[in-house]
Design a protein around this ligand. Structure first.
Ligand SMILES: [Zn+2]
Length: 96
């Protein structure tokens, strides 16, 4: 059994180093690891890969908040779409 928490701690430091200790969106310098927020470029809820470094980026708190807000809208839209599709199949069962 892997210790995922430990893997994540190491992975986030790796991403932070790769991104030159700065926010990839606004270029804000993040010299302390705890200031850096590691973001999933494609949200995990939208089928983004959790562990793939190519799906990870370093963001500052401000950019991460904005990005999270946008992701939330996308996720809500996806859920709504899926509910509509699910209702359609339910209706089809009743109509056939
Ligand atoms: Zn930023």
């Amino acid at each position: 059994m892997y210790n995922y928490r430990w893997i994540w701690v190491n992975l986030r430091e790796l991403i932070w180093r790769r991104d030159d200790y700065q926010c990839v969106l606004c270029g804000k310098s993040l010299p302390k690891l705890w200031e850096a927020e590691i973001d999933h470029i494609q949200a995990v809820a939208l089928e983004g890969d959790y562990w793939n470094p190519t799906n990870l980026q370093t963001l500052c708190h401000k950019c991460h908040s904005t990005k999270t807000g946008e992701d939330r809208v996308k996720i809500n839209n996806k859920i709504r779409r899926e509910l509509i599709e699910a209702n359609h199949s339910t209706l089809e069962v009743f109509l056939t």
